[in-house]
Design a protein. Structure first.
Length: 148
């Protein structure tokens, strides 16, 4: 049998589309697709939580000095926000890194947010005992997605 070249790779990037993860380490990861679609030229985000609906939102802001703003750190086209106080206050740090599908929505007062529903995870990464690999987990597809 001869080798056949695989030409459908994404060079380490997931083809799963935009994804935001809440990591068990207490940070929020934004994959390449979500960075390109929602945060390309955005330096910071202000965190929102809707406890009744179980949703997290990120307001995109241009000023890292704005009250409540967290800087979006960039590495290899992915992003990280580290809102530890926010995640701790609302008890949102998961036992395993959990991935969500973001969408644009508005608050009641018209503030635009990139939001995701905590009751609708699209996958997980790692296990409770594993060390987080924060540079790659947002580009990995979950075991469930790989089986589809």
């Amino acid at each position: 049998m001869s080798f056949v070249k695989f030409e459908g790779g994404t060079r380490g990037r997931s083809s799963a589309g935009p994804m935001i993860s809440i990591r068990k380490s207490g940070s929020i990861g934004i994959n390449h697709a979500a960075m390109a679609e929602y945060f390309e030229d955005v330096p910071a985000g202000v965190m929102y939580y809707d406890e009744d609906e179980g949703r997290v939102g990120i307001e995109r802001v241009d000023d890292t000095d704005e009250e409540g703003a967290y800087t979006i750190s960039r590495t290899n086209d992915t992003g990280t926000i580290t809102p530890s106080a926010f995640l701790t206050k609302y008890d949102l740090i998961p036992e395993v890194t959990t991935q969500y599908r973001p969408e644009v929505t508005e608050t009641d007062d018209g503030t635009e947010l990139v939001a995701f529903d905590l009751d609708e995870p699209i996958g997980t990464y790692g296990s409770p005992d594993d060390e987080d690999d924060e540079n790659h987990e947002d580009d990995e597809e979950s075991d469930d997605e790989e089986e589809e």
